[in-house]
Structure formats: C-alpha cells, structure tokens
Design a protein around this ligand. Structure first.
Ligand code: NI
Length: 253
C-alpha cells in the first residue's frame, strides 16, 4: 500500500471528477494521501476534504506564490484549523521560490519565517517548497532547529540532501524521478538513507513517465515506487512498506 505524501486534490484540475477519483483511490492501492494547502482558501478546502475521506490527511499554509497574503489573521485561522482538526498534520506548503519570483524575496522570506514560527509554536512538521533558493532555504530552517519536515519535490544537490538528513529532515520525490534526464534526482534517491525518503505525486502536476504532460493523480504513484525499487535494488513491495512508514513517521500518523 502506498502513501502519497503530497497531492493537491483540492486543485481546480479535479473539479469535474474529484468525488469519483477520491472514491476510487483506496481500490488502487493508496493507503493514505496528504493534501497540503497552497493558500488560505486552499487550506479551508483541505480541511473539508479530510473530513469527507478517512484516508485523506491535510496541511495548512501559504505557498511562496501567495506569500503576500500571510498576516496575523491568516496565521490565526491556520492555528485554529490545526487545533480543531486532528487530521491536519503539518504546516505547508511553505517556503521560497526564486524561479518565478512573482513575489519579492523579502516578502517570501517573511511569510516563510512566520509559518515556521507557527509550526514551532504548535509542534508540527512542515512541508517546504524550495526552488532556486537553496542557500536561503537552509539558512531559514536553521533559525528553527526544533522544526523538522520534508523538502518536497526535491530539486537540490546530493550535498544539500545530506545536510537536510543530518538535521532530521525528509526528502520528497515526484514523477521527476522517472524522467529520462533526471540524473540529479536519481543520484539523491540512490544515496540518502532509506528511512528519509518519501514519495509524492504533487498532482495535478509532475506526471511520471509514461503519463508525462497529462494530469497527474495519486493513482500514478506506483510508477515512482517502481523506479525507486530499481534505483535501490529492492522489491516494489519493500519500497511500498518503507516509504509508507516514512510518511507516517514524518506526519505523525
Ligand atoms: Ni505542491
């Protein structure tokens, strides 16, 4: 059984067939799905989804793309959602994205710090989105040594992954692992301790081969497990067990 540790089932891409898809996933080998929030509006929808489906857990937070929405009122709503709903297991996704940089870096950093502080206060793990901001990302998490979590859709170097593992963090791998040009992700997945790896679809984005370019969903996570089994020289069943246990430990489920 698999655990999709990062799936955006609240995304608009699923508006047409969400209920149908979500009812079918347990039959497709999915034991658990964690749906992160991307914004305040998205986090409210995640809260609802976790109440409708037993196997769906959630996180609340504002993505760096909407870092400018983060203020005291938003943080207070996240605090309340975390306290009232025991199926909200993390703060995320939060972090830094210097690739598109729609929002100025100083505003992204401020929102990241405020949400790391909230995770510290609530003693919860975090889901970090970090793209082209490796140095600042590491610097900010080092300001909060009590807070651990996952760097999702990992795009950094093996060196940085080792730094994260040393600090007690997890590394999340998406369908990128199955791409022909995925040398870097494969190198990281081959060389970090097995108990620090989690699998995710990041759906509706990042479809694995042979579905690249199509809408992704948790039913395609088995492709990442197959690829990881090949990389680590283990059976697919072993990878299912190990990565599901890792995800449960990460999110304290
Ligand atoms: Ni995401």
């Amino acid at each position: 059984m698999l655990f999709d540790t990062h799936a955006h089932m609240d995304d608009r891409a699923f508006d047409e067939d969400r209920a149908e898809l979500l009812s079918s996933l347990p039959g497709q080998g999915l034991a658990l799905v964690l749906n992160p929030g991307c914004s305040l509006a998205s986090s409210r929808n995640v809260d609802k989804l976790t109440k409708e489906y037993d196997y769906i857990y959630g996180a609340v937070g504002s993505h760096p793309d909407v870092a400018d929405e983060v203020d005291e009122a938003v943080l207070e709503e996240y605090r309340v959602l975390c306290k009232q709903n025991p199926k909200i297991k993390a703060i995320g996704e939060i972090g830094l994205d210097y690739h598109y940089e729609d929002i100025p870096r100083d505003i992204q950093q401020k929102a990241f710090r405020l949400q790391m502080q909230l995770a510290k206060e609530l003693d919860m793990p975090v889901i970090v989105h970090e793209r082209d901001a490796h140095e600042d990302g590491l610097r900010i998490i080092d300001e909060f040594p009590e807070v651990k979590g996952v760097f999702h859709c990992y795009s950094g170097s093996l060196e940085m992954a080792k730094e994260l593992v040393k600090r007690g963090w997890y590394i999340g791998f998406t369908g990128v692992l199955t791409f022909k040009n995925a040398r870097k992700a494969v190198e990281v997945a081959a060389n970090i301790p097995l108990d620090r790896l989690v699998l995710e679809t990041d759906c509706p984005y990042m479809s694995p081969e042979p579905f690249r370019g199509k809408r992704n969903d948790p039913g395609k996570l088995y492709r990442m497990a197959e690829k990881l089994a090949e990389i680590r020289g283990l059976t697919v069943e072993e990878i299912h067990t190990i990565t599901t246990e890792n995800g449960k430990r990460l999110y304290r489920i």
